[in-house]
Structures are given as C-alpha cells and as structure tokens.
Design a binder for this molecule. Structure first.
Ligand code: PMT
Length: 401
C-alpha cells in the first residue's frame, strides 16, 4: 500500500517556548510533512489547542478522556501513525516522566506507546537544566536512543541568563527531518541480523559460552525494522524480549545459528553479524551430566564453521557487516577480518575495557572499511545501531544506483 506524507507528531509541554512550536509546525508542513499535535494541559496555558488545530487542520490531543470521538483509542492511533515523535519544548518534568516510563497524560502516554524515534528539544531554567537529576534523565533517554536538540544559551523568560533556551526552530526542524528521512531509508530491504553468543553443550547442564547479552544485535534489528526493513534476527540465548516487528529465531549453538542464517540469506540485502559465535565446540557432548568423579582431564574441541566467512565466499551481492571483539591491535585485526571474510564493513570494539562491548549499554566502535576507519564516540547501543544503519543505507543506495 502506498504511504502518504510522513507523519510528525509534535508534543508540546508547558513552557514559554510553546509559542515557537507554531513556527515549527509551519516549517514542517512546508517541508511536506503531515503534522499532528498533542499537548499537555500546562501547554494549553501558553498556546491554545485551537491555534494548532487551525494550523494543522487536525484535531489536537490534550486529554486522555477524549473530547473528540475517534475510531481508535487516540493515544494509540497517534503513537502508531507517528514516523517521528518530537517534543518541543520539553520541560524538565516531562523529561523525568519519560525517563521513568510514566504515562499519566495524553502526551506521555503517546510517547510511551510509540515505536517512532523520539526527538526532544528541552527548554527550562539554567539551574534545572544543569541539575544532576535532569542530566541523569537526559542520559537515560539518550542511551535508549532519544535524539536531543540541545538548548541554546541566552536570556531566559525568568530573567536569568544561561543555558536552557529552546534551540533555534530551524535546528529542531532539521533534526526532525533527519529522523523522518531515516524512518524509511531501509524500506524494501531484507536485513538479516545475528545477536548474542552461542552455547556449545558439554553435557546437559554445562556449555562453552561467552558474555554477549544480545543488546547490540537487538538494537540493530529494532532500528532496521523501524526504518522500514524486513528484519530476520537470529539470536543465541539471551534474556531480551523480541524486538517489535522482527522475525526472531532463537538458537543455541553455532551450527544451529549457521542453519538459520543460511536458510534466510538468499533473500537478504544486508547481513549484520553481531553474534559472538563460539569458534569451537566440544567434539562430543555427554548424554549424561558428567560427575565430578568422572570429569575428563580435558575436553576435546572441534572447530565451528565461520558463518560470516561462508557468506562472504558466496558473493551474493548482499552487504556484509561483521563485528570484531578485540583486546589488542583493534584496527589491524579488524582490517584482517575485513579481508579474510570478504565483508564490506567490520565494526570493531575494544573489549579489553570492561565498560565497553559485552553486556554494556554503551560502546565505542571503529567502522572499518577498505577505504577508511571511522571512530565513534562512546554512545548508547541504539545510537551505534543508528550510525551503522546510516552507513548501510548509504551503501544500499549506492548499490541500487
Ligand atoms: O551482545 P552485546 O552484549 O551487546 O555485545 C556485543 C558484542 C561485544 C558481542 C559485539 O559488539 C561484537 O563484538 N561481536 C562480535 C564478537 C566476536 O566474537 O567477534 P569475532 O572476532 O570472533 O568474529 C568476527 C565476525 O565473524 C563476527 O561478525 C562474528 O559474528 C563472525 N563469526 C565468528 C565466528 C564464527 N564461527 N562465525 C561467525 O560468523
């Protein structure tokens, strides 16, 4: 089904900057977006819903106890329709609610229900912006993938001078447009992702495994689905729930992961292999639990197939992205893997730092291609997923001409 204009839901909270949202709505409409507005009760003290209703030609959502009849529960339909959810201006109070997952009005309920990317333009008094609690709430939301358009510095409504002014409307609109472009740039592509670590059984209760949590692969799968891709996620045992809108195949061993990947690779446009696949498996699995008294002096190992190298050898035309967990010579080792596995990109991380890589919420990576090595700052894994998929989308576009 052909989709209409991308929908931007603009959430407006109770700050003096609310009047600038009128200009933002206009600018977004001029850029070709369908704009729908949701306001907090406090926001309606600054600008009336009628203003936004007149600007957008759409009903303005304020109360959960809908004053206007809708065919579907309104906060859910808004949440589903949104290609981007932007909160402009966003108060310290609403930032705190979002960080806690609270949903006690129309705006925060819609924000919690949506799968759309969240763009937040905060505006508040300097001291509130700098408070440790606000900093922590902002960081929590950033780690989950929210995009912040930082407030500017200048004279504030309260008379103080400092940080906290709502950012320039054009900068906010630009950030929203970037997210809106992203939300469809993988439409039509089949993206195959591996995640987690494999477990290679020694006996019915023991295995050889590693510390991969699956966070990286799941963040990539979720972001790819949000951007319109058909996503197949093949994951080792992890304790994460299925990401929204993805086919999820849960496996245990490297051999099972290989079978699930090969069964899906022929239709894949992109394969992103974040899984920490065990390179070896016990040569034989004991059918019974091995007793302490019968413990062998050593466990014989067999090599597992290298799934990424196998895909690289097929020359299918799919874009191949591998990951490399390194503790020394990070770049050189990643370059070696790029060549050996015929990958287009290797995303290398230095896992000698325990705060990065396995199990963490943040990571710092190097995007290694035949042409360049790009270093990322320390970012939340959803933000790394977004950066990686920007690169993948550009490669796909170049390939499709
Ligand atoms: O899951 P998280 O807790 O978020 O942790 C993320 C991560 C640290 C697991 C991830 O960032 C990462 O580095 N993944 C790759 C880990 C790894 O084991 O890399 P490798 O150097 O062994 O393998 C290189 C590439 O070949 C990887 O894409 C791997 O999926 C692939 N491979 C490796 C061995 C094998 N038998 N088959 C493979 O396909």
């Amino acid at each position: 089904m052909a989709r209409g204009k991308p929908v931007i839901v603009v959430g407006i909270t109770g700050g003096i900057g609310a009047y600038k949202s009128c200009e933002l709505v206009r600018r977004l409409q001029k850029s070709g977006f369908c704009v729908k507005v949701v306001m907090t009760e406090a926001a309606t003290r600054f600008v009336t819903p009628l203003t936004f209703r007149t600007l957008t030609g759409e009903p303005v959502a304020v109360s959960l106890w809908a004053d206007e009849p809708h065919s579907k529960v309104h906060h859910i339909s808004l949440a589903e329709e949104a290609d981007v959810f932007a909160i402009v201006p966003c108060t310290a109070n609403v930032i705190a609610k979002l960080a806690q997952g609270r949903a006690d009005d129309m705006l925060t309920t819609t924000a919690l229900a949506t799968e759309a990317p969240l763009v937040i333009a905060p505006a508040m008094n300097t001291h509130m912006w700098r408070k440790e609690t606000t900093r922590r709430n902002v960081e929590t939301l950033r780690t989950r993938g929210a995009v912040f358009v930082e407030p500017g510095t200048g004279e504030l409504a309260c008379g103080d001078v400092g940080e906290g002014r709502l950012a320039d409307v054009n900068a906010i609109a630009d950030a929203i447009e970037v997210e809106a472009r992203r939300c469809r740039d993988l439409a039509g592509a089949h993206v195959l992702v591996t995640a987690g670590g494999t477990q290679e059984p020694i006996d019915p209760v023991r295995f050889i495994g590693n510390h991969s949590s699956g966070k990286t692969g799941f963040a990539i799968a979720e972001e790819a689905a949000r951007r319109g891709a058909r996503v197949s996620l093949v994951t080792g045992p992890v304790s994460l729930p299925d990401p929204f809108g993805c086919e999820v195949v849960r496996v245990q061993t490297a051999l099972q992961m290989r079978a699930a990947v090969l069964a899906r690779f022929s239709s894949a446009d992109v394969a992103i292999m974040t899984a920490a696949v065990a390179d070896f498996r016990p040569a034989a699995m004991s059918a019974e639990k091995i007793k302490k008294t019968d413990a062998p002096a050593s466990i014989g190992l067999e090599r597992n197939p290298d799934i990424l190298a196998e895909l690289g050898g097929m020359d299918s035309g799919a874009i191949l992205v591998g990951f490399a967990a390194e503790t020394t010579d990070v770049i050189a080792n990643a370059q070696g893997k790029l060549a050996a596995k015929h990958a287009d990109v290797i995303v290398a991380n230095d896992v000698s730092d325990p705060s990065m890589g396995f199990g963490t919420d943040h990571n710092k990576v190097y995007f290694v291609t035949g042409a360049a090595v790009d270093e990322s700052p320390v970012l939340g894994k959803p933000a790394i997923a977004r950066d990686l998929l920007d690169r993948v989308a550009a490669l796909l576009e170049a390939k499709r001409g």
